[in-house]
Design a protein. Structure first.
Length: 278
């Protein structure tokens, strides 16, 4: 009888764990990323056992495939950032109005040589679906860009969703990094009138939106030296890894009230992205 009662308690405990744990994971994920809104029943629809199972399955896939599989690469990158030589990587520079930081990469120097003046500048914006990512994870890439292109590379952070609910604030952080670069990059042998924007995934999208926002005048400058009419001529190109699009800054300055000088598809993307929060 005692043995049966012991087994009964074990089974009951197992059932409680099998119920509470998946629902706990589901509620945590909903709280972080948002509750479903397109199902009949609203939030309660997200607690249907079938939905909870699918959400846990997706989370497990992400953890195994997206995290564990890439742990060796993660440790390689973080170690490269931690051990980078201070003369080639200047870390944790505050900028802008969102308590963000940026890093500046310069080419590795042969002993006895100095950096050439007025090197081209590349602002690299990291990706991560606007919800994740960090400038530190792109240390090795930024080092390669600085060395191969003999350039100064700036890698900024920016606010992430859901802490920041509107893309306009995120876009402002990117433009703030352009403003910081314009005001300070000459200290690192960069040419403030030869700035290029590029990025990965969501960062590529943000790097395209930056000159569009400036073209519309949709930016409140931090000082008199970083107005849209000052920053736009400094942005020479918006670059991709295998292609690039020239930024027609001189034309844009003649039409500051519209985006007629840029492709209409770009204008539509900007307008739609600023119409509502995500």
């Amino acid at each position: 009888m005692a043995l049966t009662a012991g087994w009964g308690r074990t089974v009951l405990n197992a059932l409680m764990v099998a119920t509470i744990l998946p629902y706990g994971i589901a509620i945590f994920l909903y709280a972080k990323f948002g509750w479903p809104t397109n199902y009949q029943g609203g939030k309660l629809a997200g607690l249907h056992p079938h939905k909870v199972f699918k959400l846990n399955y997706a989370a497990m896939q992400w953890f195994v495939v997206g995290t564990i599989q890439h742990l060796p690469l993660y440790f390689t990158v973080t170690n490269a950032y931690r051990t980078a030589r201070p003369e080639s990587l200047i870390k944790n520079i505050p900028f802008g109005r969102h308590d963000c930081l940026l890093d500046v990469y310069v080419p590795h120097l042969v002993p006895g040589r100095t950096l050439p003046p007025k090197m081209p500048v590349y602002i690299f914006v990291f990706g991560g679906a606007w919800t994740s990512g960090s400038r530190t994870l792109y240390c090795m890439l930024a080092n390669q860009l600085a060395d191969k292109l003999q350039s100064v590379v700036v890698v900024p952070d920016y606010p992430l969703w859901p802490e920041e609910q509107h893309i306009h604030a995120i876009q402002t952080a990117i433009i703030d990094s352009v403003a910081w670069t314009y005001n300070n990059i000459e200290k690192y042998s960069g040419d403030k009138m030869n700035i290029h924007l590029m990025g990965h995934s969501a960062g590529a999208h943000l790097s395209v939106l930056a000159p569009m926002a400036l073209a519309q005048g949709d930016y409140s400058p931090l000082d008199d030296d970083t107005t849209p009419s000052t920053l736009l001529p400094a942005i020479r190109k918006v670059l991709g890894f295998s292609d690039y699009h020239r930024c027609t800054c001189s034309t844009v300055l003649q039409t500051t009230s519209s985006l007629t000088s840029l492709p209409s598809s770009w204008a539509n993307v900007w307008r739609k992205s600023t119409e509502r929060p995500w």
